[in-house]
Design a protein around this ligand. Structure first.
Ligand code: ZN
Ligand code: ZN
Length: 149
């Protein structure tokens, strides 16, 4: 699901990243453009594998460092949604996730408006900033694969 018109998000991220003092090399620009409108919550390795054919001199460290800089500027969220590598999410608005137990795919789940109440006992004095839930189960594709032919 795209929250903003295409292109807009990448431009905003690049502008803010530049303001943070990071030099906007062609490789870093390509990484930002690849992630900005990606709702699949890719890992650093997945982004590297996608970009490497077009940028053979790019290192994995460049991908990782760029993602780290974006996360520190609050332009993306680093998320631990399932065992394994951290996934990177260009959607920084509070939202929920549906995670497939089998293939590990992650989909955004839009929160209901004003759903800030929590069905849990919070520690005393804890102020809630956002409520983000993870729905675990089996995605449609894996269920279809189950259904025989
Ligand atoms: Zn699945
Ligand atoms: Zn997400």
């Amino acid at each position: 699901m795209r929250m903003r018109p295409e292109g807009d998000r990448a431009d905003l991220m690049l502008a803010r990243l530049g303001e943070s003092g990071l030099k906007l090399t062609p490789q870093r620009i390509a990484i930002v453009r690849e992630l900005a409108d990606d709702s699949s919550h890719p890992t650093a390795q997945e982004l590297f594998d996608r970009l490497a054919p077009a940028m053979p001199t790019m290192s994995f460290a460049t991908v990782y460092n760029t993602l780290d800089a974006l996360a520190r500027c609050n332009l993306i969220e680093a998320r631990a949604l399932a065992p394994g590598a951290t996934r990177f999410d260009p959607n920084v608005e509070p939202h929920h996730h549906a995670v497939c137990d089998r293939c590990g795919c992650v989909a955004d789940v839009a929160p209901r408006p004003r759903s800030t109440s929590v069905d849990a006992s919070l520690p005393d004095g804890f102020a809630v900033r956002a409520v983000e839930q993870i729905f675990r189960g089996t995605c449609q594709r894996c269920r279809d694969a189950d259904g025989g032919d």
